[in-house]
Design a protein around this ligand. Structure first.
Ligand code: TXA
Ligand code: MG
Length: 324
């Protein structure tokens, strides 16, 4: 395939998608790799371009809640309330799918993941389309999610024809995934909308089920340990590093430089200590620090509140890759 083009033309993106091609699209969380969600051939191209296992289902993106709910058979009361509060926005809901949805979208599962994204350019594109967009994050399988067109191109150059440039993603962390088991809400992936916000919205305590239980199939790739990791070894700064030569090590910190590392080896997620701003920078920090080829990267956890929990979840998985 030819070099991947980056541009801001909705018309061009639509033309390609209408022809069953795949296009990278901006969303407020991370860039997606999109195809016509009603078209099996187009969907197959997503799996091929990402080298993603066919067992890992895709999220369908809709222009509004009413079109999203038309594709499912049951909408619990809480799902309605959540949609009213958080759509358009970074919340994905798992609900029982209608038969009309191709099995390749859901990898044969009975529930489909639906979401109404908030990004203006993405919304404008969805408005012009007669179908929802199936879209996973626009990275190669197992690699870091991209939050800018340049990061998409780094991984998918010549594997896709077009990247719709919507700038840097506002949130920087994937959407929160919620579903219902016997009407009880359960979070399967921590994300841009915090548990606290969801609990306040539906006035219920919510269970978190983002690790595979004994013998349970891996429900979302967010549950896979090694996900979200750079290639460089990542270690928690809380672990012992005294006596080690840190000249060739990187440090990703929250808001304060670390005295043990050379300043030029450090990346602060947000100097002002703002959690949202830090979340927006996390994957960019992974990308940039990975490219510096340090012997290892030390990283600091954020305060474990709000979106800090979702960031810490990604950091934990990145570190665990090297501890398992
Ligand atoms: O913020 C986001 O959610 C981004 C943007 C592009 O919308 N998308 C994203 O997609 O992160 P992806 O495929 O990288 O992660 C979606 C997760 C996967 O772990 C997948 O296994 C899970 O959602 N998922 C999708 N459909 C599912 C289903 N029917 N049942 C269970 N898990 C599902
Ligand atoms: Mg992903």
């Amino acid at each position: 395939m030819k070099r991947t083009e980056i541009g801001t033309s909705i018309k061009k993106a639509k033309l390609l998608l209408d022809r069953s091609e795949i296009v990278s699209i901006p969303t407020e969380t991370v860039y997606g790799l999109a195809a016509n969600g009603n078209n099996k051939q187009a969907i197959a191209k997503i799996y091929a371009a990402k080298k993603r296992p066919l067992s890992n289902p895709l999220i369908l993106h809709y222009k509004d809640a009413s079109s999203a709910f038309k594709d499912v058979t049951i909408v619990p009361k809480d799902a309605e309330t959540l949609a009213e509060n958080f759509w358009p926005g970074p919340l994905t809901m798992l609900l029982p799918k209608k038969q009309t949805i191709p099995d390749s979208v859901t990898a044969g599962k009975k529930r489909v993941a639906i979401r109404v994204p908030q990004h203006k350019l993405c919304q404008a594109l969805l408005e012009t389309l007669a179908y929802p967009l199936a879209a996973p994050s626009a990275n190669l399988y197992g690699r870091i999610s991209p939050t800018s067109p340049a990061h998409v191109k780094e991984q998918l150059n010549k594997r896709i024809p077009y990247i719709l440039d919507g700038g840097i993603c506002e949130k920087g962390i994937e959407s929160t995934i919620i579903g219902f088991e016997n009407d009880t809400p359960i979070i399967y992936r921590l994300g841009s909308i915090s548990i606290e916000e969801i609990e306040a919205c539906i006035q219920k305590n919510i269970r978190l089920k983002n690790k595979p239980e004994n013998n349970q199939e891996v429900l979302t790739s967010g549950m896979v340990k090694h996900h979200y990791a750079p290639n460089t070894i990542m270690l928690s700064i809380a672990e012992k590093h005294e006596g080690k030569n840190l000249e060739n090590c990187g440090f990703i910190g929250f808001d304060t430089l670390h005295p043990d590392f050379p300043n030029e080896n450090q990346f602060l997620l947000d100097e002002n200590g703002n959690l949202d701003a830090a979340a927006k920078e996390l994957y960019r920090a992974f990308h940039i620090m990975d490219a510096k080829k340090f012997s290892s990267i030390y990283i600091q956890f954020l305060p474990d509140i709000g979106i800090g929990k979702a960031v810490n979840d990604r950091i934990k998985r990145a570190i665990q890759k090297y501890n398992s």
